[in-house]
Design a protein around this ligand. Structure first.
Ligand code: KG4
Ligand code: ZN
Length: 345
């Protein structure tokens, strides 16, 4: 089955074509980073308008790259939540209309299910069941995955998502949006031993997270430095970035260890934008070796938002007979544990 996947939940327009026999045929992404950079964050209305501009050219490009004609497409998948409601409406209405006009089945995909399943596009995909650490700009979740659509949330953040904490701390450090990758680059010059930030909520049982205090800790450390005339000191800024990253990564690793030990699962999937962080990958690889657990990541470009993961997740659901009626729905909030398991479709 050959499926088009459409992603517009935030600030990237992604389109991809996935074939259940031949794998991923093509994918294209348009990032709106430059558009939002001067505002220091995503402006929802600008995001929606830009998705409208990009979808049709990107669709043409992916069809051409996949050497695929319209009559070879058998289904359309689009992200219908969670995310920015205006941005989601663009993708859902486009996807649903395309399916209607081409006479094809359409399926609404959960953005986080897309992230979770992204490592399945790699040459050595994980087998079920597995533990998933989903770390993005909007979510920090530990999920037990027993099957497609069988997701049990074991832990989640009580306040900021880890990506959000990276972005906010990066902003405090004067780095441009989106700050996560920029903070990682700055931290490379940092001295690990200069500051020690707390590892929030690791001193009590449970698998939930809290990252807003870490950002405040960074703010206070920067203020102390300012008072000592260190604001323009590159080494000082790099040391703060390094301490923040170290604390965020160590906190995630402590909770992953706990979840793996509690569940006895032998595979850990890491997905979402922060999964691109090299320091996190190195730390979790080490944990995997210590515990004898296999680690699975999507390729770097599929850690952040993309159409390929949506085409893949949508293809699985369409193949199982799931599809939407001739209506569409954009869901700003959509708990992942409310999804239908594929066996129940
Ligand atoms: O998955 P994603 O593209 O979008 C959401 O669904 O939220 O994740 C974006 C988040 C942003 O907060 C971004 O700063 C963070 O992922 N991110 C990183 C890195 N690359 C992206 N954070 C830390 N290190 C990175 N290398
Ligand atoms: Zn995402």
């Amino acid at each position: 089955m050959r499926v088009i996947g459409i992603e517009t939940s935030c600030d990237e327009t992604g389109i991809a074509i996935y074939d259940s026999e031949q794998g991923l045929l093509s994918h294209a992404l348009y990032s709106q980073v430059a558009l939002h950079q001067e505002y220091g964050g995503v402006v929802p209305e600008l995001a929606s308008r830009d998705h409208i501009r990009r979808l049709i050219p990107l669709l043409r490009q992916t069809l051409e790259q996949a050497s695929t004609r319209q009559d070879q497409i058998e289904g359309i998948a689009y992200t219908s939540g969670p995310g920015l409601v205006g941005a989601l409406l663009v993708g859902t209405s486009f996807g649903r209309s395309l399916a209607w006009s081409w006479g094809l089945p359409a399926v609404a995909v959960h953005h986080l299910e897309g992230h979770l399943l992204a490592p399945m596009l790699e040459p050595e995909p994980p087998t079920l069941p597995f533990l998933a650490l989903l770390v993005s700009g909007g979510h920090t979740l530990l999920i037990r995955v027993d099957g497609i659509g069988q997701y049990q949330i074991l832990g989640e953040t009580l306040d900021d998502a880890v990506g959000e904490a990276f972005d906010k701390t990066a902003k405090l450090l004067g780095l441009a949006y989106p700050g996560g990758p920029a903070l990682e680059r700055l931290a490379r010059q940092g001295d690990v031993g200069r500051f020690r930030f707390p590892r929030p909520m690791t001193d009590r049982p449970g698998l939930d997270f809290s990252f807003s205090g870490l950002k405040t800790f960074a703010m206070n450390t920067l203020r102390d430095g300012q008072a000592k005339g260190l604001s323009d000191d590159e080494q000082f800024r790099a040391d703060v970035a390094c301490a923040f990253q170290q604390a965020a990564v160590e906190t995630l690793a402590i909770k992953c260890r706990r979840a793996l030990q509690q569940t006895g699962l032998a595979r850990l999937v890491v997905a979402g934008g922060v999964g691109a962080n090299a320091c996190l990958r190195a730390r979790l690889d080490k944990l995997g070796v210590d515990l004898g657990v296999g680690l699975y990541y999507p390729r770097l470009e599929f850690c952040t938002d993309n159409g390929a993961m949506i085409a893949y997740a949508g293809c699985l659901r369409l193949q199982a007979g799931q599809s939407e009626g001739p209506t569409f729905n954009a869901r700003a909030r959509w708990p992942i544990d409310e999804l239908t398991a594929l066996s129940e479709v």
